[in-house]
Structures are given as C-alpha cells and as structure tokens.
Write a protein that binds this ligand. Structure first.
Ligand SMILES: [Zn+2]
Length: 82
C-alpha cells in the first residue's frame, strides 16, 4: 500500500473506532460527538435533562428529604417537651 493509501486507510478506520455512547434516556447508541451530557440529539430536542442536571436534581431531592426529616424530628421533640 502506498503512503497516501495508508494514511487514508488509517483515517477511515479511526472514524470507525470513534467511541459510542448510550443515551441515558432512550438507550440508543450514538457516536459520542452526537451526545451532549449523555443525551442524544433526539432527546435533547425533547428537552430532556443531561447527566449533570439529573445529578443536581437528585442532590436537591436528598436535601429536601433531609430538611423534611429534620423539621419532623424538631416537631416531635417539641410535642414531647410541650
Ligand atoms: Zn436519546
């Protein structure tokens, strides 16, 4: 194979080797460049949240639960004392 031929071949196989990633919503495999934060373009158009946004929401939910429990404990404490 000529030098030019080898270079073209290497580029073609490199494109094929590009890593694929599963969409976190529909599970469809796409090339990583089609994804934004783990979400494929189709799901992005539907306005579905990315990996980071989901993680932030989970963290917020944990805090809400934690504060809820804390308030509940305080109320029980006040009732027992009162
Ligand atoms: Zn998707």
């Amino acid at each position: 194979m000529s030098e030019l031929g080898r270079m073209i071949w290497e580029n073609v196989t490199a494109i094929g080797d590009e890593e694929k990633e599963e969409c976190i919503h529909c599970g469809k495999e796409w090339y990583r460049t089609h994804h934004n934060d783990g979400v494929c373009r189709r799901c992005q158009k539907q306005g579905l949240p990315g990996r980071t946004e989901l993680a932030e929401k989970k963290l917020l939910f944990k805090w809400v639960v934690f504060i809820g429990i804390a308030v509940l404990c305080l109320l029980v404490f006040l009732v027992i004392l009162g």
